[in-house]
Write a protein that binds this ligand. Structure first.
Ligand code: IMP
Ligand code: MG
Length: 175
């Protein structure tokens, strides 16, 4: 893909903004009276994390994790490799993982189990996008902003070969 890629808008900036406000309000209500520890999954989840965090009305902390998935064909012992771990312990904390997209579910099903073992008070998952048609591993998703079709999505944190993360909308590459 090069400079003349045509990208069709799937979800506009206005629609995303409206939906993040709604989900932000739901999350704020769910954690009322508590402190919330967001775990943003690098790099794609960062754009959504920032927008969501600004809409939360509970005291909010943000930490980052970077993982790489080896794909579904690998054994369960080595599906996800941690590239960058959290700076702080999550033991006894109310934790919300914030991801850009759940596709096959390989990364998140593994990551959520691993985080559960670290003893958080609670552990939940919020994703900007969900592509349910492609699921290979079951993942319990607590908040989804949008369900998307089985197409290659870019923008709002999602990349194609590291490009297009900065698009303010969610798009599909027209080829
Ligand atoms: P999973 O382990 O298959 O659920 O993959 C999740 C990761 O794959 C996401 O965090 C994205 O980084 C990447 N991914 C999956 N689908 C897309 C897409 O349509 N566009 C860009 N990245 C994607
Ligand atoms: Mg990702």
């Amino acid at each position: 893909m090069d400079k003349q890629d045509e990208i069709k808008v799937l979800i506009s900036e206005e629609e995303i903004d409206k939906r993040i406000r709604e989900v932000g309000a739901q999350i704020s209500e769910a954690y009322a009276g508590k402190e919330l520890h967001l775990i943003s999954i690098l790099k794609g989840g960062v754009f959504f994390t920032c927008e969501l965090a600004k809409r939360l009305t509970v005291p909010t902390y943000v930490d980052f994790m970077s993982v790489s998935s080896y794909g579904a064909e690998m054994t369960s012992s080595g599906v996800v490799k941690i590239i960058k771990d959290l700076d702080e312990s999550i033991e006894g904390k109310d934790v919300l993982v914030v991801e850009d997209i759940i596709d096959t579910g390989t990364t998140l099903s593994y990551l959520m189990k691993m985080l559960e073992h670290r003893g958080p008070a609670s552990l939940a998952l919020c994703t900007l996008l969900d592509k349910p048609e492609r699921r290979l591993h079951e993942v319990k998703v607590d908040w989804t902003c949008f369900k998307v079709p089985d197409k290659f999505i870019v923008g709002y944190g999602l990349d194609y070969a590291q490009k297009y993360r900065n698009l303010p909308y969610i798009g599909v590459i027209e080829s």
